[in-house]
Ligand binder design. Structure first.
Ligand SMILES: [Zn+2]
Length: 479
């Protein structure tokens, strides 16, 4: 578990003490009516607060707020901030004090802006980070232009106004325990989970990253990767595989789609996707081991699992191309689903993008979707708790990967991505090689994903509906 220690954006200890003194001064000035209209901001740590305290506080806060994982940013008059910090302290009384004292941002909220795709690993980071969570950061506006011009994010870094009074990123420990956690998954789901083979996944990541896979650059070996992916899916029992071509500029590139028809509710569709193209801003090779051989190999590994444990609904396993040039492969698939009306049949889309890197012993995984599909977080968080040691972080602010075209088209999409992404030093470079990919990080992410997918498609309910066990019968006797 990650401790309550300061993350990279926290001020050094000496400065923190100065900030606490600053807060005291700031709040003292709140007593003066002359200072009442001063607009300021404070970052309170959410860590250890829990769901009930956070939700109760946010419903009644008098300042504007935005929740970013460990950081709860409050902006308003000195009086409203003083009132809110008092309220938060009251609500946490039973739990003791803050793990860390709140931090003061010495400027008005108009100086702040949200950056999508913030990466602390980039040495070119030009500014002070006020609050950070998931793939988002609040920074000083005066330097935000530098972010939009730098290749910091997942190819789509932008700065935008802060959407106030919203939960953007929430720690798993602060999620609602909406359903009683199952002590033990059903034998059938357990059978699916244990069919995930971590070393086999890692070997596939190594194979894919042996080819330089830029979508269109001259010298790219992406066609070799494409044909290999096709062969992997084609070899699986029950699969129909197609190469789906589309244009990217002057080039014709391909998605690979493996279809497994549902046993009892074939009219419903679950899409499992991840891009197989890669890019590099330095050097000529684009091995993209973490970004995103890891996710594409994950698609193949989940396809194997469901091939041997047939699903009740139809599943499309898709490796996308053209992601790094702007989500072209997933947009193409969404266009096709809409053209045929099949978008109405899609009950869920899982996107895996960068699932195998960890910067430390804390295996943290980010689940990302939008408010309208927030219910998707529960089966993933529960699956993580039941089948893995992953620490879950969630975000209701989706951007910059292949789940986004699905969400924008009204289909319930979710991204799983390792949560140390912002620290990965070899992101979008020739150094993104297999040695950087962690077996356990990817393995556990796949265990979570296969169990969550099974829950979302009512995998257990498919049993005996046609009079026969459609899955792995041995799972009943060897849980
Ligand atoms: Zn990617």
């Amino acid at each position: 578990m990650m401790t309550a220690q300061c993350a990279t954006h926290c001020p050094p200890r000496g400065r923190r003490i100065a900030l606490i003194l600053g807060i005291a001064l700031f709040l003292t000035s709140a007593g003066s009516s002359l200072a009442a209209e001063i607009d300021g901001c404070v970052v309170a740590p959410t860590d250890g607060l829990g769901h009930e305290v956070l939700v109760g506080f946010e419903a009644t806060a008098s300042s504007d707020w935005v929740e970013l994982g460990e950081d709860l940013l409050l902006c308003g008059s000195s009086q409203s901030i003083a009132r809110d910090l008092g309220q938060l302290a009251d609500r946490t009384e039973a739990r003791g004090e803050f793990h860390e004292p709140p931090r003061l941002f010495d400027g008005p909220r108009q100086d702040l802006i949200l950056v999508e795709g913030y990466r602390s690993a980039d040495s070119s980071n030009p500014t002070e980070v006020v609050a950070q969570g998931g793939r988002l950061a609040v920074v000083r506006r005066s330097t935000a232009d530098l972010y939009t011009d730098l290749p910091l994010g997942h190819g789509h870094t932008t700065a935008r106004e802060i959407p106030w009074n919203r939960v953007l990123v929430r720690l798993g420990e602060n999620l609602a325990p909406r359903y009683p956690r199952r002590e033990l998954a059903s034998p059938r789901i357990q059978g699916l989970v244990t069919s995930i083979d971590g070393p086999r996944w890692l070997a596939d990541v190594a194979t894919l990253s042996s080819w330089s896979r830029h979508s269109t650059r001259s010298g790219t070996e992406i066609a070799l990767a494409r044909d290999w992916i096709y062969d992997q899916l084609e070899a699986l029992p029950g699969f129909t595989v197609e190469l789906d071509p589309f244009q990217l500029g002057a080039s014709t590139i391909h998605n690979i789609i493996g279809t497994l028809t549902g046993s009892t509710r074939p009219e419903e569709i679950v899409v499992v996707g991840g891009h197989y193209d890669a890019t590099s801003q330095s050097g000529t090779l684009s091995p993209g081991a973490e970004d995103n051989a890891s996710g594409c190999a994950g698609v193949i590994e989940l396809a194997r699992a469901f091939s041997s444990h047939p699903p009740p609904v139809t599943m499309l396993f898709v490796c996308y191309s053209g992601e790094e040039q702007g989500l072209n492969g997933s947009e193409h698939q969404v266009d096709e689903l809409q053209a045929s009306g099949d978008d109405e049949r899609v009950i869920h889309m899982l996107n895996m993008d960068m699932i195998g890197y960890t910067a430390d012993a804390d295996l943290d995984c980010l689940l990302e979707t939008e408010d309208e599909f927030a219910d998707l977080l529960t089966p993933y968080a529960e699956a993580a708790a039941a089948h893995t040691t992953l620490r879950i972080v969630t975000s209701l602010f989706a951007f910059g990967s292949d789940h986004v075209p699905f969400i924008d088209a009204g289909m319930p999409g979710l991204l799983t991505i390792e949560n140390d992404w912002d620290q990965y030093p070899d992101y979008h470079s020739s150094g993104d090689v297999i040695a950087n990919v962690d077996l356990d990080m990817g393995y556990q992410t796949l265990r979570m994903n296969v169990a969550a997918l099974a829950t979302l498609m009512d995998f257990d309910q498919s049993l005996f509906s046609d009079g026969f066990e459609s899955g792995d019968a041995t799972a009943w006797t060897q849980p």
